[in-house]
Design a protein around this ligand. Structure first.
Ligand SMILES: [Zn+2]
Length: 242
């Protein structure tokens, strides 16, 4: 008996591809043999199998994979090279200028949406409820929306002045003031997605990517980021940190 499962995005395509929840490039250092996150994780040792399972799920049809792939390519080139960047910095912030607003927004919203529809345990804390379908429609129409509509902050945590490279930490739902915030660390960068019907304050809003393509990334030592610091302490206690 064949059960028809439609594509999660267009809801009509079949023959679903095994899609990545997080794009492959965020896992690449692991595939290269470092496996640092998996080896070091104190919290997720038991969940390795789930992580593996959560890497791919049958989510999208061929046409939808193809539709989203240029967005993925653009962000890969912004983060890992290939796209010329205009960068400046001031204090704890690095500013990226003239990014492609639509491509950045669609890509990061597609990651949030994929984490929500994923059934693997690794993404169990991401559940967008009614927002899931709203984001699906934005992706389907390739409409990036306004900066504050499901806005996201990016923080670059540093450990002993080094970036976290290939770190991936299980996403969690948390609260910041009256907002529901999904916190996800992948590719060594921490993202905070604001999924809220309340208006975010001006200071936060200014840190979302702007329509002119300016995006400010906050640099922060890992010890000032509570949950990462806790994570690190647990690792040190287990003397697994190398
Ligand atoms: Zn589709």
């Amino acid at each position: 008996m064949n059960t028809f499962i439609a594509c999660h995005l267009c809801r009509s395509g079949e023959d679903l591809r095994k899609s990545h929840i997080l794009p492959e490039f965020f896992y690449k250092p692991m595939y290269d043999g470092k496996h640092r996150f998996l080896r070091l994780s104190s919290v997720l040792e038991e969940k390795d199998k789930n992580i593996q399972k959560g890497i791919r799920e049958r989510l999208l049809c061929d046409a939808c994979e193809t539709k989203l792939s240029p967005y993925e390519k653009y962000v890969r080139e912004v983060l890992y090279g290939g796209e010329e960047l205009e960068v400046s910095s001031s204090g704890r912030f690095v500013y990226l200028h003239h990014l492609n607003y639509q491509k950045i927004r669609i890509f990061y919203l597609s990651v949030l949406w994929r984490m929500s529809i994923a059934s693997g345990d690794f993404f169990q804390d991401v559940d967008l409820g009614p927002h899931e379908d709203k984001i699906r429609n934005m992706l389907l129409k390739e409409e990036p929306g306004a900066p504050e509509q499901y806005g996201f902050l990016c923080v670059a945590p540093l450990f002993d002045d080094n970036s976290l490279g290939d770190w991936i930490v299980q996403p969690h739902c948390t609260r910041l003031e009256q907002h529901k915030v999904y916190r996800a660390l992948f590719g060594g960068l921490l993202y905070l997605y604001f999924v809220s019907s309340h208006k975010v304050n001006k200071i936060i809003k200014e840190r979302f990517i702007q329509k002119n393509g300016d995006w400010s990334i906050m640099i922060e030592t890992i010890r000032n980021i509570d949950f990462l610091n806790k994570f690190l302490t647990e690792l040190s206690e287990k003397q697994q940190f190398v």
